[in-house]
Design a protein. Structure first.
Length: 272
């Protein structure tokens, strides 16, 4: 389904009336990483099902609610669970929350996800700073008439993940003694995990991690002029590099690294 500008405004107005005023930062919390939103102070929590034009999240390990409040001294909106293309939503629906964050006044979005490690030096449980991405989803959220109110027809993607934020995130990881990995995230549509041949291809093409989210959101955010940072939780080695893959393992590993992930993200929110 295509989302019109009028619908975006309706969603934004609804959230403003609920008190979602002037957020600085939007955060999208991936599979198993939603707990960070529980640390938001003075929260206003709204389930996606109550928000006009929001799809409902269907993935296990995702709560499906929007949380507004203060985190590390910043006014934030966090998505506890995101929308994925593989759930059957249109790519415009998947990325609608990013545009709403922009219309509410945010200047930055932080994208997090669970991802499979393709780089042979990675271990499950590693956190990876996303330095760039490869859009391998087979689509692009900006296909269709350009929303001139949001951004240009041909957006520059040469610095999708903000370089200044990257260096601050490295600094925060160092202070916390977190061995932060970094690399290129390659976004597939899912819902299948990759084949070993696809993982070899991903590595040859320059990917360090593979996953089923983030890329459409980063594209829409840059189109809208938002600054973007991204952190992946490497929950497993990608297909062919370990015996078998399943969602249960993905969620278990995110839970194991939850404390470190939360500490890093809270310090990053304070530092940007
Ligand atoms: N592939 C794609 N998406 C993922 C993976 C993976 O190996 N692990 C967690 N999300």
């Amino acid at each position: 389904m295509t989302i019109t500008h009028k619908q975006l405004i309706e969603t934004t107005e609804y959230l403003r009336e609920k008190g979602f005023l002037e957020p600085e930062l939007g955060l999208i919390l991936g599979s198993g990483l939603g707990d960070l939103a529980d640390e938001i102070e003075n929260p206003i929590v709204i389930p996606y099902t109550e928000i006009p034009h929001f799809p409902a999240s269907t993935v296990k390990g995702h709560k499906g609610q929007l949380v507004y409040g203060t985190l590390s001294g910043k006014v934030v909106i966090a998505m506890q669970g995101r929308f994925h293309f593989y759930e059957g939503y249109s790519i415009q629906e998947v990325t609608l929350p990013i545009r709403v964050m922009k219309l509410l006044g945010a200047h930055t979005v932080g994208l997090t996800n669970a991802a499979g490690g393709v780089n042979t030096t990675f271990t499950p449980g590693d956190l990876m700073l996303i330095t760039d991405h490869i859009n391998f989803t087979g689509t692009n959220p900006l296909i269709g008439p350009n929303e001139e109110e949001m951004g240009p027809r041909f957006p520059d993607m040469s610095e999708t993940y903000d370089k200044e934020y990257q260096s601050r995130i490295r600094g925060e990881a160092q202070k916390l003694n977190v061995a932060l990995k970094e690399g290129v995230y390659m976004g597939f549509s899912g819902p299948t995990y990759e084949t070993p041949a696809e993982v070899s291809m991903a590595r040859t093409l320059g990917a360090d991690a593979v996953g089923m989210s983030t890329v459409p959101e980063a594209i829409v955010a840059r189109h809208a002029g938002l600054r973007v940072f991204g952190v992946s939780c490497i929950t497993n080695l990608a297909a062919g590099m370990q015996s078998n893959l399943n969602h249960k393992e993905v969620v278990e590993v995110t839970q194991r690294v939850n404390q470190v992930f939360k500490s890093l993200l809270k310090n990053v929110v304070a530092a940007i």
